[in-house]
Write a protein that binds this ligand. Structure first.
Ligand SMILES: *Cc1c(COP(=O)(O)O)cnc(C)c1O
Length: 522
């Protein structure tokens, strides 16, 4: 640390104290090149700045019209090199897909090809403004149109909305279109059915849109209970929301039959398609009776995500719903030469759309990356993507099922993710301890305690971009921590030992986050 630490923070344990490094304690708290980094408030000063601004001319006219600040805002400044070091040091304490295998189930953390980045940075894409005149951004409109076209072909669905900005936003878009369709029929409905095996965003979306959410149980083999759905279907059901493949990593085999039954009572079928990466090129959701489905470009089509970064969740629609989709849409001009943004006034079926999802047109940077990914793979390549993702997940499942409880291993092959539970752990050890021990092995843990239908769930999604060698290394590490958990190895309760921070209070971090820095007293 090259600046005094105003809060008096010190490492939880010095290297000598924890007995693991066997070295002397350092005066800085650093461990060789693993550098400790105080908060920006602790190293910065209100008087420091990284830029030189010209002196204010006291006689210059005041153009702020009364909006000038009355007092300092209390932010500290750093010089430019201090700023660069601060954020670089912090970034070294983080873990990302460019650093190693990232088996976070349901999140699909796969390699982001650098070609995509190169294309997204072309000035013609990166430097345009959403209010630029349409004639000047024809290339960008073409990208949105072609990407939408690919999504409709891959899903076998005739409509698409490109503007939703993430998966959950896409769910809201789909449910709002469903509500608009019911409203147009003069058929207000109140209930959305959501199976237990659905992603948590599904019930949240339905509730946010004002629907009453009802649970549908899962069968012992981890799929939606067809009979339970059929028994509940009635004219008050607006829609069912089914994640397929589901969060147990299984394909919902009865999907077509469920869809037919829902349609028979006048409801719509929402499919959570965030796991499309498991079936792209192999299954067209349109053939299964889906009415609306979001696709996470940041999962299936490899655009970067994580840490709250930009996602993109376009929604595809069936014939029955496509006129209710949000605006604007990008349309090819009649004469085939160029593209235009279609707003309400230019629509064939006016007054049906439920409105807008966003101020503008969606995540342009993600569109360019996703289309680049599609064009570089081609349709056959995309099919191989899903096949390899499923193959890798099954390799993980079959390599660990002999020592780790795998609740649905007998339900047949898994799709893109392998699900385990903590059934036979000894000595009060649980999934959390295993996850923390995996950090010491150099891995970001898998998704834990989700889905809820499995005790101590561990959801591993290797994705297609990992080699067999990388998977073998992970499996070896996973087996070793599993063996320790089965043997009740007490030391796991203190893991991680080697991470920049030890165990954090995750509940307090989520429930009582301290988002503002306060000068410590004294
Ligand atoms: C990731 C995911 C979502 C939510 O997507 P966001 O882009 O994070 O909003 C929804 N459903 C499933 C099955 C997912 O895996």
């Amino acid at each position: 640390m090259n600046a005094p630490n105003k809060s008096g923070w010190k490492p939880e344990m010095s290297p000598a104290e924890d007995g693991l490094h066997n070295g002397p304690a350092t005066t800085t708290g650093n461990r060789a090149l693993m550098l400790e980094e105080p908060l920006i408030f602790e190293i910065g000063h209100a008087e420091t700045t990284g830029v030189d601004l010209p002196e204010i001319d006291p006689d210059a006219p005041n153009r702020l019209g009364g909006f000038e600040r009355s007092k300092p805002i209390g932010l500290v400044g750093l010089t430019e090199p201090e700023t660069v070091r601060h954020y670089t040091r912090l970034s070294r304490q983080n873990y990302g897909i460019d650093l190693g295998f990232f088996p976070l189930g349901s999140c699909t953390m796969k390699h982001n090809p650098r070609l995509n980045e190169k294309v997204a940075r072309l000035p013609g894409f990166a430097d345009i403004h959403p209010l630029a005149p349409q004639q000047t951004v024809q290339g960008a409109l073409q990208v949105i149109h072609e990407l939408g076209d690919w999504l409709m072909k891959l899903t076998g669905m005739p409509g698409v909305a490109m503007s939703p900005k993430a998966g959950a936003h896409g769910e809201l878009c789909g449910i709002l279109a469903i509500r608009a369709a019911h409203t147009a029929r003069g058929d207000a409905r109140e209930v959305v059915l959501v199976p237990e095996s659905a992603h948590g965003t599904n019930p949240a979306t339905a509730a946010f849109a004002g629907y009453k959410v009802e649970d549908i149980p899962a069968t012992p083999e981890g799929r939606v209970d067809l009979e339970a759905i059929k028994a509940r279907l009635a004219p008050d059901v607006a829609a069912v929301m089914i994640t397929n493949p589901n969060t147990c990593g299984l394909f919902e085999k009865d999907f077509r039959e469920i869809a037919d039954a829902v349609h028979a009572v006048g409801g719509y079928v929402y499919c959570d398609g965030a796991n499309f990466n498991a079936i792209v090129g192999r299954v067209r959701p349109g053939d299964l009776g889906v009415d609306a489905m979001h696709i996470n470009l940041h999962k299936t089509f490899s655009t970067p995500h994580g840490g709250g970064g930009p996602g993109s969740g376009p929604v595809v629609f069936s014939e029955a719903l496509k006129d209710f989709a949000p605006l604007p849409i990008v349309r090819k001009l009649q004469d085939g030469d160029g593209y235009e943004l279609v707003e309400e006034e230019q629509r064939e079926h006016r007054g049906q759309s439920f409105g807008r999802m966003t101020a503008f047109h969606g995540q342009m940077g993600m569109f360019t990356r996703a289309l680049t990914y599609m064009l570089s793979h081609g349709a056959d390549g995309l099919k191989q993507v899903s096949e390899d993702a499923v193959l890798n997940a099954n390799y993980v499942l079959r390599s660990l099922e002999d020592i780790l409880h795998a609740p649905f291993a007998d339900s047949g092959p898994c799709m893109h993710e392998a699900l385990f539970g903590d059934k036979d752990f000894e000595g009060g050890l649980s999934t959390l301890d295993l996850a923390k021990a995996l950090i010491d092995e150099g891995y970001h843990p898998m998704t834990v305690y989700f889905p809820l239908v499995v005790h101590g769930a561990m959801l591993v999604e290797p994705t297609e971009t990992e080699s067999k060698a990388a998977l073998d290394e992970f499996i070896t590490a996973f087996r070793s921590v599993t063996e320790r958990a089965l043997a009740g190895d007490e030391s796991m309760k203190q893991a991680p030992y080697y991470a920049p921070r030890r165990r954090l209070d995750e509940t307090a971090a989520a429930r009582k986050p301290k988002l503002a820095w306060e000068e410590p007293e004294g």
